[in-house]
Design a protein around this ligand. Structure first.
Ligand code: FUL
Length: 622
């Protein structure tokens, strides 16, 4: 051991002595993230709160004809409980639906002077309620950031309110933005003002003839009051605003699904040359840095309702956290309060378990303190860029190589056997996203073997495999757009409930999949049928949860909500799952929804890659 240490000392002496002081850091690979995007990547765990008129009418999308008297919580809405519970459960921000598509405002908006449709007209606190104000106070009190969801699509104004020419509507909406962004938010002492960290302008439009929204004007108001807010706008609008200016005015949008999962590979870059706006995203050489955000609800619907497929803590960890934050993408998890204006005990118990899973897995860095790091090449032979910069716990230092090198490896030698099942590594993304392919090897008793491989890294990549005991781990960058920069590299052991105690070699444990991945149906077809299959299984009883999920079409309008736990007795490997399609009389255009698998039970049984079916319902009226 002694001679090994002196050998290392000599090696570092050589590195330091041959390092030229003129060695510069690598140039940025544009586009690079802005401050708002970086700040979200550093604190990527967000909570959504969907609460409002729909909570009381049991709808997912209201149509604007709801009576203000329907919004009648039995008690004061407990925003303190929301902020306290969500802070305790590890969330960094709360984004709240102050106005959903039905147009009912949860603050006393005066934007519509003639026919207001707000909490001030409702029985809540005798017309003195203001949930944005309440939540601003609660977020300040409990130290959690606040964001707002203000739906541009406003069914009330479309049908009843009277502000429905494009010009009138844009004036109306700008007044609402002024009201909300100038007054509410968590009080930020450093800034000396109330701060809104995120503004979510949902992309749904219910009408075939929506007003022409003036997004440039909207964004100017947002930047005026809340320059630090991450602006989320549906891809189409973001695309247009990017195409208009030399920089993209908005910061991000959805991750092209509402499953809480980032695509893989995941490039946070977009350009303006795709056929559809989603085509423009996730492009390795995209012109604009565009941060995807993975959204999902804890239940099978965005607003509170009975039953409805509540996700387990294991599902939240493995299927959402690991496939969003674990792919370098912020996760926004929706926790809808019930009719009493409170987060239910059932949800709190799940969130606490989920938090325990995250904490026990990631809180302890299990790399032994005498671990040594080495690399195939170090930039200019300089200590500043040496492999140990990936284990020094300093975000701003990194391992890198000379500019012409786009492949290379770093190895962590633990000096003892370490048991782990999670490997985590990060690219230094302030200088641009670069890595296109990587692999990880582990050195066990049997020598070196491949543990995992994948495509992008981005802000962070977390990979879970089977539990191994290894004396060294190696990260190989096998393809990169420019010289790679790795600022963190580590291993962890997951909470015991989450481990896959199998050997390195895939032992063929069962996987549930759903087929096909896409179906197009007519509104008049009555029903749609899909197949749930168990691959490599059938020797033991197991089960899987199947549920419908809204897309641009919602339950009750386009399809009938359906959830089921399908039990697969020994020997059964395939079952059918049917969903009723609603033949409505609206001219609403084609709509889609999803059928999704989650919560597999049975030893070693998991959900396979094919876990979702998209159903496109052809509207016979349009
Ligand atoms: C969707 C909306 O239509 C849903 O109601 C929900 O608000 C979700 C976050 O975005 O597109």
């Amino acid at each position: 051991m002694k001679s090994f240490i002196s050998f290392l000392a000599i090696v570092s002496a050589i590195i330091v002595s041959s390092c030229k002081s003129s060695v510069q850091p690598p140039a940025p690979l544009y586009p690079v993230p802005n401050e708002r995007q970086l700040s979200y990547m550093h604190n990527p765990h967000a909570a959504f709160i969907h609460y409002g008129m729909n909570t009381y009418t049991n709808k997912e999308w209201g149509d604007g004809h709801e009576k203000v008297t329907s919004f009648n919580p039995s008690d004061t809405v407990d925003t303190d409980q929301w902020a306290r519970v969500l802070k305790e459960c590890g969330f960094d921000r709360i984004v709240f639906t102050g106005k959903h598509h039905d147009g009912f405002c949860l603050w006393p908006s005066k934007a519509n002077k003639v026919n207001p449709h707000t909490i001030a007209q409702s029985p809540y606190l005798n017309g003195n309620g203001d949930l944005f104000e309440q939540l601003s106070e609660s977020c300040t009190k409990y130290g959690i950031d606040m964001g707002v969801y203000l739906s541009p699509w406003d069914a009330y104004e479309e049908h009843v309110g009277g502000n429905y020419t494009s010009e009138l509507y844009n004036d109306f909406y700008v007044t609402q933005l002024n009201e909300v962004l100038s007054k509410y938010g968590r009080y930020n002492e450093k800034l000396g003002r109330r701060e809104i960290v995120e503004i979510w302008l949902d992309g749904a439009t219910g009408s075939n003839n929506p007003p022409v929204y003036d997004f440039n004007r909207f964004v100017d108001v947002m930047r005026k009051y809340q320059p630090t807010a991450y602006i989320w706008i549906d891809a189409l609008r973001a695309f247009k605003s990017c195409a208009m200016g030399d920089t993209c005015k908005v910061d991000g949008a959805w991750a092209m699904n509402e499953k809480g999962q980032a695509p893989d590979p995941c490039w946070h870059k977009m350009d303006t040359c795709g056929v559809t706006t989603d085509d423009c995203k996730n492009r390795p050489n995209g012109e604009f840095f565009f941060l995807l955000e993975a959204d999902v609800s804890i239940r099978n619907g965005w607003f509170y309702g009975d039953g409805g497929g509540v996700k387990s803590a294991t599902d939240l960890f493995k299927e959402r956290y690991m496939k969003s934050i674990g792919r370098g993408t912020p996760l926004i998890l929706n926790i809808p309060p019930d009719k009493n204006g409170r987060i239910t005990d059932e949800y709190i118990a799940i969130l606490k378990k989920y938090k325990e899973y995250i904490d026990t897995t990631f809180d302890n860095n299990i790399i032994p303190s005498n671990t040594t790091a080495s690399a195939t090449e170090v930039r200019g032979n300089c200590n500043t860029y040496a492999a140990n910069k990936s284990i020094d716990n300093d975000y701003d230092t990194y391992w890198t190589m000379n500019d012409s090198s786009t492949t290379g490896s770093i190895t962590l030698d633990f000096g003892e056997y370490v048991k782990f099942d999670i490997v985590q590594f990060q690219e230094y993304i302030p200088l641009g996203q670069r890595v296109a392919e990587w692999s990880v090897d582990v050195k066990t008793n049997d020598g070196w073997q491949e543990y995992a491989k994948g495509s992008t890294i981005g802000y962070k990549r977390i990979v879970q495999g089977s539990v191994v005991e290894a004396e060294a781990v190696r990260l190989n960058i096998t393809s990169s757009l420019a010289v790679p920069l790795i600022n963190e590299f580590g291993v962890f052991l997951s909470h015991e409930d989450l481990r896959e105690e199998s050997s390195l070699v895939d032992n063929g444990s069962g996987k549930f999949i759903i087929e096909p991945d896409f179906i197009s149906v007519k509104e008049t077809d009555g029903e749609v049928s899909v197949k749930v299959k168990l691959l490599n299984g059938g020797e033991q009883e197991c089960s899987v949860y199947v549920a419908t999920l809204p897309g641009s079409g919602v339950q009750g309008k386009v399809y009938e909500d359906r959830t089921a736990t399908l039990i697969f007795p020994v020997g059964v490997t395939e079952q059918e799952f049917k969903v009723n399609i609603i033949n409505n009389q609206n001219n609403e255009g084609d709509k889609d929804f999803f059928i999704q698998l989650s919560n597999a039970t049975g030893k070693g049984v998991t959900i396979g890659e094919k876990s979702t079916v998209r159903i496109l319902v052809d509207d016979d009226e349009s």
